[in-house]
Design a protein around this ligand. Sequence first.
Ligand code: DAH
Length: 343
Amino acid sequence: MENIKEDILKDLDNVNTLEELNLLKIKYVGKKGIITSLYSEMKKLSVDDKKNYGKEVNELRDLFNEKFENLKISLEEAKVNEKLEKESIDVTLPGVCLTSGAPHMLDKVIEEVESFFISMGFDVASGPEVEKDLYNFEMLNLPKGHPARDAQDTFYIKGDEWLLRSQTSPVQVRTMLKNKGENPIRVICPGKTYRRDYDDATHSHQFMQVEGLVVDKEISLAHLKNVLDKMAKKIFGDGCVTRFRPSFYPFTEPSVEYDVSCFKCNGKGCNVCKGTSWITIGGAGIVHPNVLRMSGYNPEEWTGFAFGFGVERITMVKYGIPDIRYFYINDLRGNKQFERLGD
Ligand code: DAH
């Protein structure tokens, strides 16, 4: 019995898990367990011996049961503690920072431009970026082989019928065709355009333009100047002055380029206006009769003006952004700076 007691103590000492502990229960007090079988020996003994023997076996059983229960409790506790430790949340760790998004700066400026033109009664239209040569050039009075096509180095798609639009001007054609030569038009179209340019600080193979078209009766250059002057004041501030210079575009006659006075130096000359005190914003003019005619508007009856400018250009000028590539490198710090712009 002494030996069994020693075995029990040794076995319990070596137990590390609840599973191992349960095996010991079977080993000692299970149906065929060591202590259980000691009881079946009883019947072989005399009444006197039975007393002592029974007492000792009981003590052995109680010893086992007591040690078993204690060990069970501490193993269960250890298991819970281990779980707690593994799954614990360290509330002193810094939290996961959720960053909020911000609209892209070009979208902000487009919104500003759109809200100005909407206030002047214009609609906002859009057109496809994969465009027909017919709309991007031919119906804008730029037939195949026209030298002015060279100024817009174009991405053609399979042959010469389809291209990535090199300007938003084809939306003029689409809008006039939709209105079937019958309705007056007042529309702007902001959108992406593409040219085979090498990317540098002021050029990008993808950029954005806003196109504008007004077709009505007796539209003159004075209307055009008024609208663009008002827009410049809205975007660059009330003190902004506009200047119109003669230029050439095949789809307008006469054509102009328009500049705004440099808001930074007020005419003294600085790095923004490159010393000239003027900043060129875009092109414009009176819609060429050929363009009206090709899109179903009778030039004897209707006149119109059109304009186009680069969105990156006015954004760079307005906010002193030195490189057009900043708009397209997806650095969120740029957008963050402009989060509240226009609010
Ligand atoms: N499409 C011209 C360009 O990309 C800009 C422009 C000039 C648009 C004169 C016009 C316009 O509508 O009348 O350079």
